[in-house]
Ligand binder design. Sequence first.
Ligand code: ATP
Ligand code: MG
Length: 417
Amino acid sequence: MRHTQLFTKTRKDAPKDEVSKNAQLLIRAGYIHKEMAGVYAYLPLGLRVMNNIQRVIREEMNAIGGQELAMTTLQNPAPWQKTGRWSDEAIDVWFKAALKDGGELGLAPTHEEPITALMQEYVSSYKDMPKYVYQFQTKFRNELRAKSGIMRTREFIMKDLYSFSRDEAQFREFYEKCAAAYMRVFTRVGIADKTFRTFASGGSFSKFSDEFQTVCEAGEDTIYIHRQKGIAVNKEVYVDEVLAELGMQKSELEEAKSIEVGNIFPLGTRFSDALGLTYKDETGAEVAPVMGSYGIGPARLMGTIVELLSDAKGIIWPKEVAPFAVHLVSITGGNDEIVAEADRIYEMLKDHGIEVLYDDRDARAGEKFADSDLIGIPTRLVISEKTMSQGGIEVVTRANGTTTFVSDSSLVEHLQN
Ligand code: ATP
Ligand code: MG
């Protein structure tokens, strides 16, 4: 893509009311637009990052047998009334809307109820089990505090997967598979070294749930890390009894602020029981499937990446999520030969399937480099009078500022390695 075609522009300052680093940088670089507190639009660059994060998650969910579907945002109150979760006391973040005829509907804050009701139509025998279904879908939550930029918003996309298993053993097997898949996601998006599987409270369904918490000063949660075991305990279950059960001692744990980037949750038969979902086992008895739910917030992940992988100049995207693989920057000084050479390199990279943002603007070098640092594409290619006279291109790595010089003819190979 040519920069001159991009309708967004970088800006020096973020909105004054924006306190979080992730939103400040993402707004300044033109990734997102703030509609109002806790509500953000994704602009072309931001949408590319969002799609990349979702692609990584989708690949990992498909690899463990997930089937993608898309449920609805508008919610029929009926199944929620059956589970007792239609009330604002049960779910304190509901957005509800009145229908013209006097009825009411809800904007989905999560999807356990509709997926369980839906599966009733397709699950009847033990042969139908297990089933793993997931979606990337908009959730609405009337969050009280919306101050963490895109990490806690009132409208956001969630990847939510629901598992339906014959019994506890079959459920546990998938639960562990999904936990491993989550760690692969966090590795691929560059935050695994700071992300810990964390014991958290399990609500009414089971003793524990597992959160994936990323250590970060901007986090709203507090965890206690056991470095040796590579796991952590959420403050909400940090009591002697739980620690003893986990074989940990307070003296071995290290307190840290963290961001909950994902969460996996045993649901037992709470939803299948309430909504009458059963299957016939080998003996012909009607049995309630054991369920689990598995969430990741792609936007919260994007915000976390920016919080961790950025410096005073801007963002430093990891390769898998970067909006483009390379940022081609031409310093032409009005010289048509340099323009022609940069155009040629741009076409050549595109022909080789390399995703490139081409800063073809007629602007000063300082401005172009500052924007390039802010936008944070991992590799920058610079074409100028100096590089042309040497018959090549300067390759700058955003993460550490290292520079190498590569000849035209070996550029594609260099980038593909
Ligand atoms: P939190 O305790 O932070 O409010 P939660 O326990 O309500 O999160 P879930 O309902 O399990 O979270 O949602 C699954 C995932 O969706 C979370 O781990 C997080 O990544 C993401 N998520 C939750 N709430 C929001 C939000 N308001 N904005 C953006 N992402 C969110
Ligand atoms: Mg919440």
